[in-house]
Design a protein around this ligand. Structure first.
Ligand code: PXG
Length: 465
């Protein structure tokens, strides 16, 4: 086969991709009929495709490129580590410098007491680890029946059998026989979509108390843990009412349930703090990490484990669990360099003090558009609802996601990567965005929403259910 390079015509690359590549979360026939988009390079917050089109990346890849693209330091560290020690495992009473140094550094930036790390290759793997870890922990405490993990509908925790079972995505559960046993789901704190006439704070409390009711139903002695994202990402950037997390914390503490905060999206500066737990004042026992840990430059995930839990695991004999690539030296070295840049370049401070407040102000102006409601941000996460009738928080008279998908397509056409989840539009840009880039992002978002609005009206879809 001839060498495949960036220089082949796009159409030829698309044919090759269609012939041999099965894409994640993709309707393959629909994609191949249209032709895949091919990204060839990126710098800062800007992507370039095979046609030379430039796009502002409002999603930081897939919620991960926190420091932005094109940092040569990470390339250098990866190359150096590959030369010195490209691989060794962390099994059999062995370690290496990148794995131990990274764990020590993570313990420094993590909340007080969160001082041990178990490595995985991704967020999904890390959440699979968490399922086994919490069950092993309770067994070590003489409570082997504490096995059930409670999670939330429309939460996202990954795509493996275990992590997708933890997640509450009905479309995922519909395929492949999910969820696995001993995972239970409660409602999400999504006031805009599900709160009806209740006051948002009352709704937040009510949704938190579903956890207490579920624990009572199952029996406290059968429940190991509750897992949730501090702010739901893939579910549509859902920012819970302020009443929600303190009540969840109370319930977990009172009923001796381990609290797992899935920080895969919220971690490493996304909320303007190192972790979402710090921004929301949550005291977890385990935190799932991935994505921003390496800014996506290498695949790496893990679980940060509270001291007392880690010590119990260490005291319980062998934990029969691990991955070939647990603590991979190249990924760990890149993560360390990424954490250095986040700190020394003041990127988290920039996110907290400059980018996030400016984004909050500008993003909110999108709600002036007749089709937009609930335009809110938390740190460098933004979400808004497309609706034909704000006063009723109404849905469109079309399948959910029809309008959102159209809007996303308009965004691509206007040089902006913005995602849709149903009829919500969401962003999670690199943390390094300048105010000028935020202006561009919001201008392109407005233009795309407005073009969608005109088309939707023309097609008679601007009507409530
Ligand atoms: N937890 C959370 C909170 C996530 O957002 C995972 C775990 C799984 O991580 P890995 O590394 O196994 O992918 C994620 C991943 C989307 C989308 O459509 C979001 C994710 C992954 C793929 C698609 O928004 N988040």
């Amino acid at each position: 086969m001839s060498q495949i390079t960036n220089h082949l015509p796009t159409a030829e690359l698309q044919v090759l991709d269609a012939a041999h590549h099965l894409h994640p979360f993709t309707d393959g026939d629909a994609l191949n009929a249209k032709g895949v988009r091919i990204i060839t390079r990126a710098d800062g917050a800007v992507l370039t495709d095979s046609e030379g089109l430039e796009m502002l990346d409002g999603m930081a890849g897939l919620w991960c490129v926190n420091i932005g693209y094109g940092r040569p330091e990470l390339a250098q560290v990866a190359a150096d580590q590959m030369r010195q020690l490209p691989y060794y495992n962390t099994f059999f009473q062995t370690t290496h410098i990148p794995a131990l140094a990274l764990a020590a550094r993570i313990a420094e930036v993590a909340p007080e007491g969160m001082d041990h790390v178990f490595y995985a290759g991704s967020g999904s793997e890390a959440n699979d680890t968490n399922i086994r870890l919490v069950r092993h922990y309770w067994a070590s405490q003489g409570k082997p029946d504490k096995r059930i993990i409670i999670s939330r509908r429309n939460g996202y925790h990954g795509s493996t059998m275990g992590s997708a079972s933890l997640g509450g995505m009905s479309g995922m559960h519909a395929q492949g026989g999910l969820p696995i046993p001993d995972i239970e789901h409660i409602g999400q704190p999504f006031w805009y979509g599900e709160g009806g006439d209740t006051d948002p704070q009352d709704f937040g409390l009510a949704r938190a108390r579903e956890l207490e009711a579920k624990i009572a139903e199952l029996g406290e002695d059968n429940v190991a843990a509750f897992i949730a994202e501090p702010i739901q990402g893939a579910g549509g950037v859902i920012i819970p009412p302020e009443s929600y997390w303190p009540e969840i914390q109370r319930i977990c503490d009172q009923h001796e349930i381990l609290l797992i905060a899935d920080e895969v999206i919220c971690g490493f500066g996304r909320t303007g703090e190192w972790f979402g737990c710090q921004a929301l004042n949550i005291r977890p026992d385990i935190m799932t990490i991935a994505k921003g840990l390496t800014s996506g430059y290498q695949p790496l995930g893990g679980s940060i484990v509270r001291k007392e839990v880690a010590e119990a695991i260490n005291a319980a004999g062998e934990f029969a669990h691990g991955y070939t690539y647990s603590g991979h030296p190249v990924a760990a070295a890149v993560a360390l360099e990424n954490l250095r840049i986040l700190e020394e370049d003041g990127i988290i401070t920039h996110a907290r003090e400059v980018a996030a407040p400016y984004l909050a102000e500008k993003w909110a102006t999108l709600a002036d558009h007749p089709m937009v409601d609930d335009a809110r941000t938390f740190g460098m996460l933004g979400g808004l609802q497309l609706t034909p009738d704000k006063s009723a928080r109404a849905k469109f008279k079309a399948d959910v996601g029809t309008v959102g998908l159209r809007c996303r397509e308009r965004c691509f056409g206007n040089g902006l990567v913005m995602r849709h989840v149903g009829d919500r539009m969401i962003i999670s840009p690199p943390l390094i965005l300048t105010p000028a880039q935020i202006d561009t992002l919001v201008e392109r978002a407005w233009q795309s929403i407005d073009e969608t609005f005109l088309a939707v009206r023309r097609d008679g879809l601007f009507e409530a259910m």
